[in-house]
Design a binder for this molecule. Structure first.
Ligand code: DQA
Length: 144
């Protein structure tokens, strides 16, 4: 089972960026956690991060026929990007949306998610553990 984990803008700044909101763990810690979860769950996880909307669209398109599912934290593009929503719909791969913070408890503009409209589940406010939950959920979802 092949899962693509996509991270959008500023997620490479984890540990430096607003640690009161996103925690003190670094992006490297997240990558290590993804690797560990992949081993534990017996799935193949590939990670890609970009600060560019089009690059994320390209990565979603490239996943077609290569991956079984997608875990995506589109960062700020969550709240703005119809292009990412359309790309997810175009490839029609099961996708799980992850947010490290509880977006619903923050500013009103964070309470709309375009990407989420094409996702089978949203996990928010669980910190980095949310990515592990998403991988586990997707594994079970894909088994069915
Ligand atoms: C985020 C929440 C977004 O609103 C924000 O723009 C991010 C990170 C999260 O993981 O909590 O960049 O997606």
């Amino acid at each position: 089972m092949k899962i693509l984990v996509l991270n959008g803008p500023n997620l490479n700044m984890l540990g430096i960026r607003e640690p009161n909101i996103y925690g003190k763990n670094s992006f490297a810690d997240l990558l290590a956690l993804l690797e560990q979860t992949a081993k534990e769950e017996g799935v193949e996880v590939t990670q890609y991060q970009s600060n560019h909307e089009g690059a994320l669209v390209d990565a979603i398109q490239a996943a077609y026929g290569k991956f079984d599912g997608i875990v995506i934290n589109p960062g700020a593009y969550t709240h703005t990007s119809v292009a990412i929503l359309d790309a997810l719909k175009a490839v029609s791969l099961p996708a799980v949306e992850v947010h490290i913070s509880d977006v619903d408890a923050r500013e009103p503009f964070r309470q709309i998610s375009y990407a989420g409209m094409a996702c089978v589940k949203t996990i928010k406010g669980q910190g980095l553990a949310g990515y592990c939950q998403a991988i586990r959920f997707l594994k079970e979802y894909l088994k069915k």
